[in-house]
Design a protein around this ligand. Sequence first.
Ligand code: AMP
Ligand code: ZN
Length: 113
Amino acid sequence: MDCLFCKIIKGEIPSEKVYEDDLVYAFKDISPMAPVHILIIPKKHISTINDIEEYDESVIGHIFTVANKIAKELGIDEEGYRIVSNCNKNAGQTVFHVHFHLLAGKELITTLG
Ligand code: AMP
Ligand code: ZN
């Protein structure tokens, strides 16, 4: 499948790995929008949030446990962070493999829309 993030998971495209387990892979965003900008993705290819099915709930939930583990390891859990996931055109999704941006390291702009 011609998916950038599937290739990153397989190691066919290099990435700066932050965390990996059986279900999830996390790596540094190539174009950071904040001092900490990590992408957390399911290893299973899911194109958009619209394609998440009930049987994906465990992996999607697990992503948030991984996020707080990463936040604690980086020492940003108390000062705070933001998790963002974009779906399709109006949200600006550019890579069609579901991913969660973990942003931190500064006071983030508070407007969401
Ligand atoms: P989105 O716009 O929500 O689909 O987010 C896609 C993100 O993937 C952007 O923040 C990009 O900077 C990031 N990105 C694209 N290519 C790579 C790559 N090869 N390695 C790491 N991050 C990437
Ligand atoms: Zn993929």
